[in-house]
Ligand binder design. Structure first.
Ligand code: FMN
Length: 357
């Protein structure tokens, strides 16, 4: 029986355990989206994770809708990530960079332009900007002749990530952002080759993934999907055929691993479809959302998942794998206001169990 502490091969690297750190936006960069030195300690403290997946890093100003999110499109940003990846490696860890284009969720106050999406739609709610929350703007449909430049932005960010010392990249195709806006039929109303049928709605996901795999190698390319439920107004009327098709095609590309964010619970209108995805994807499958260490152990032991990624537990427990291994008590995260603030409080100031004792 496989345990959370059995090693796991992901592409060419061997993870010492199956407890991954899920990607988490922490907004501790500069206004120019340059990583700040305080990110070095934060990530290095969490190097005990089997693999760290970085906070989502915008691939272009056009795709960057989160204030202070550290990006990967300029040389300055790339240089500033280097101390982060070096410190993670020096502490014995491994780290992938998550690549982010937010699509319709980017406010023009952030990018200076009308946002793009699959179709002319508006996200529900309010956007984050440097001037506070503002209602989302209506997106314009991405033109087919703009797709090559978009793919080139992803590829540039992936190459920058490898140059910055990341072990690989993860395409953020989840949570209601650009790729997800193309995948699911509540936000994709197109009638051209990027809309309508399942083949058409998965086209952008697969074109971008193939381009990333070509640029940095499939063994260094991963993908995150969120198949069930609503994410920022993005939902699909029939997710199982859509996402099983998507993962069969991702399987052919030979990606390093697939991560699924599948919320569970009463507020979620669609059940997780990871069992169907497992049956259609032969590669490494990482499950996420709301797992307790006990549930994660069961998911890996039963073969439902090869690994589990934890988000919020890693905020408050930099040494999470060690705490799980020794069944030590887990610390609680500070209020959510600290998660995305630009303050030091609630960031790299959570002690390991040993340091707190
Ligand atoms: C502070 C915070 C920031 C997040 N930022 C991202 C992100 O940048 N990219 C992403 O794919 N998911 C992001 N998520 C979602 C997490 O990766 C994860 O799916 C979610 O927290 C559920 O896992 P958990 O129950 O283990 O916390 C974020 C979650 C939190 C709490």
């Amino acid at each position: 029986m496989t345990s959370l502490f059995d090693p796991l091969a992901i592409g060419d690297i061997l993870l010492p355990n199956r407890i991954l750190m899920a990607p988490m936006t922490r907004a501790r960069g500069t206004r120019q989206h340059v990583p700040l030195p305080r990110m070095v300690d934060y990530y290095a403290q969490r190097a005990g994770a089997g693999l760290i997946i970085s906070e989502a890093a915008p691939i272009s100003l056009h795709g960057a809708g989160w204030p202070y999110s550290p990006g990967l499109w300029t040389e300055e940003q790339t240089e500033a990530w280097k101390p982060v990846t070096q410190a993670v490696h020096a502490a014995g860890g491994r780290i992938f960079a998550q690549l982010w284009h937010m699509g319709r969720v980017v406010h023009p106050a952030m990018s200076g332009e009308q946002p793009v999406s699959a179709s002319a739609t508006t996200a529900p709610g309010e956007a984050h900007t440097y001037e506070g929350r503002q209602p989302y703007a209506e997106a314009r449909p991405l033109r087919v002749d703009e797709v090559p430049a978009l793919i080139a932005d992803y590829v540039r960010a992936a190459r920058n990530a490898i140059a910055a010392g990341f072990d690989g990249v993860q395409l953020h195709a989840a949570n209601g952002y650009l790729i997800d806006q193309f995948l699911r039929d509540s936000s994709n109303l197109r009638t051209d080759e990027y809309g309508g049928s399942i083949e058409n709605r998965t086209r952008l996901l697969l074109e971008v993934t193939r381009a990333l795999a070509e640029a940095v190698g499939p063994q260094r390319t991963s993908v995150r999907l969120s198949p069930n439920g609503d994410s920022q107004g993005v939902i699909d009327s029939n997710p199982e055929p859509l996402f099983t098709h998507a993962v069969r095609e991702l399987d052919k590309i030979g990606i390093a691993f697939l991560e699924l964010r599948e919320p569970r619970g009463d507020a979620i209108t669609q059940p997780p479809i990871s069992p169907a995805i497992r049956a259609n994807f032969s590669g490494v499958l990482v499950l996420n959302s709301d797992y307790t260490p006990q549930e994660a152990a069961e998911a890996v032991e039963s073969g439902k998942a090869d690994a589990v990624s934890f988000g919020r537990l890693f905020i408050a427990n930099p040494d999470l794998p060690e705490r799980i291994r020794r069944a030590l008590p887990l610390a609680e995260p500070k209020p959510a206001a600290t998660w995305y603030s630009q303050e030091d409080e609630g960031y790299a100031d959570y002690p390991s169990y040993e340091a707190a004792a």
